[in-house]
Every structure is written in C-alpha cells, then in structure tokens.
Ligand binder design. Structure first.
Ligand code: SAM
Length: 270
C-alpha cells in the first residue's frame, strides 16, 4: 500500500504522497478543493521539477485535474489559483488552457475571480524597450477559476458562516490583497496568503464541509479550513513541506487548543 498519513489529528489529515498516485481519498467525498498547483516557472521546489515543456505541463494538469474531478461530490467545487499567463520560457495563456482542459474532463465553469496582488516580480523582461518591435505586457494579477462537478446549487441546507460585509465584498470578483512572503510560510518557495483560501472556503462551502488541497505546500488552505471549522485534507509530495505545514497548522490554527468538529471524513484508512 502506498498511502502515507503524515499527520492525522481529529478532522485534519496530511497525506504525504503524489497527487497522481495516492489512494487515500475516496471518490465523491470532497465538498471543496482550493489549490494552487506548480506554475512551471522554474521555482526551486525540493521534489518537483518546475521547468518542463508546456506540453508536458498540460498533460500533468489533465491528470491531476481528473483525479480532483473524481474526488469531488456531485455538488463539489474547485477554486483553482493559477496565473493568467506567463512569459518566462515563452508566452502562454495558462488560464485559458487550464480552463479548456478542466472542461474537457467534465468540470463546469462558474466564474473567474481576479486576484490583484500588486506584484510584478514575475516580470523578467521588457521585450523591446521603448519600441513597438516586440514589447512584453504582463498583468500583476492571478486567477482563481471557480469550477464545479455537476450541480452548482447545493440543495442540502447546512450552516453558512459568511458575514454580510464579506459576502458583498467577496462576490465582487476583483480581490485585492498582498501575496505571502516565503519567510512567513516556514520558507516554502511559493505560498499563497491564508486570505485566499479563507475567502473561497467561507464563500463556497458550509461549516463542517470537507476541504482538500492536493498541492498543500506550507498548509495555507488547511489553516484557513481549520480556523473556519471545516474538515481539512492536504496532499503534498515533499517531506520537508509536510513538516512545515504541520508546524504552521499547530501554531497558526492553534490546533492543540481547538475543539474541531466531530464529523468524520469519508476517507480510506491506510
Ligand atoms: C504552488 S505550491 C503550493 C503552495 C501552497 N498553496 C501554500 O500556500 O503553501 C505547489 C506544491 O505542490 C507540491 N507538489 C508538486 N508536485 C506534486 C505532486 N505530484 N503531488 C503532490 N504535491 C506536489 C510542491 O512540492 C509544492 O509544495
């Protein structure tokens, strides 16, 4: 058996495994997936090559998105944080291409949130400086694609915990907040801020729902899920990042003092 439960505490589970191979998650068991996959922009991860051909990157995306599709319940949703486009190693329409792949798999499209992080660090070149010959344009934004498996409307009436102010602000699909420093996320090379999964979780899931991040990294989605009383599952291929996530969860989600909901996650036991 290849399953590896790295950390398991009440309704929280870290699976140290490959998202393409793990057998730890049952089909039709997840309410919401919030994730940010590797962007293929040559980030120096410990256990993942982030500089493959674009064709191979799209193949990888097809495979992991297919797994997510199977894991979601019929009314399950996916919030997918990806770049709008990239210019490093050749111009590519990443957001449009991953939307097309997800739709081929069977996902339905709901909307796209633009995350304005005000960061132009991804800019690597101007192209032709002060000339129309071949200038580069890059937007300092990322996308959060909102997709779902079968039914957008949830018919089971459960508890929502979003406030009026949050609902009004967050249903405007232009979100503005800063990115997350590596230092503040235990040294992980590409974390997103907890604000991002927090908004997705409160807007798109009910209290006690099961939230998965198949590219857990430093555990940001899990922290947001625990702080908002959801069951939380993370998959991460790298040992060191699992360790970082476990430490962050214990500290930032005040895990050991917190009474977690009693509902059990429908998941295979290794
Ligand atoms: C963009 S980072 C996610 C960061 C996360 N959102 C956070 O806030 O820390 C992508 C993560 O996916 C992990 N990863 C890459 N390939 C994987 C695979 N096949 N299975 C599981 N995890 C993988 C990397 O090790 C990396 O930590």
């Amino acid at each position: 058996m290849r399953g590896k439960i790295f950390f398991n505490h009440k309704n929280l589970k870290i699976i140290k495994d490959d998202v393409l191979l793990t057998d730890e998650i049952s089909n039709d068991s997840i309410d919401l997936i919030v994730t940010s996959p590797p962007y293929n922009i040559d980030i120096k991860y410990n256990s993942h090559d982030d500089q493959i051909t674009y064709e191979k990157y799209l193949e990888f995306s097809y495979k992991w998105l297919s797994r997510c599709f199977d894991w979601l319940k019929d009314d399950g949703r996916l919030c997918l944080n990806i770049p709008l486009d990239k210019n490093k190693g050749g111009q590519q329409s990443v957001g449009a291409d991953l939307t097309t792949i997800a739709k081929k798999i069977g996902f339905k499209y709901h909307s796209t949130i633009i995350w304005n992080e005000g960061n132009i660090s991804r800019r690597t070149a101007w192209g032709s400086w002060l000339s129309a010959s071949a200038p580069y344009v890059i937007a300092p934004v990322e996308l959060i694609l909102v997709l779902y498996k079968k039914d957008w409307k949830k018919n089971n009436k459960k508890q929502s915990d979003i406030t009026k102010t949050e609902f009004i602000e967050w249903t405007n699909g232009l979100w503005t907040f800063h990115g997350q420093s590596k230092k503040g996320a235990g040294g992980h090379p590409a974390p997103f801020p907890i604000e991002l999964p927090k908004r997705c979780i409160k807007l798109f899931s009910y209290v006690d729902d099961v939230v998965l991040d198949p590219f857990m990294g430093s555990g940001s989605t899990m922290i947001a899920a625990i702080l908002n009383n959801r069951t939380s599952v993370g998959i991460e291929i790298d040992d060191e990042y699992c360790d970082i996530a476990k430490k962050r969860i214990i500290e930032e989600a005040k895990l050991l003092n917190k009474k977690l909901p009693a509902r059990a996650v429908k998941m295979k036991v290794c």
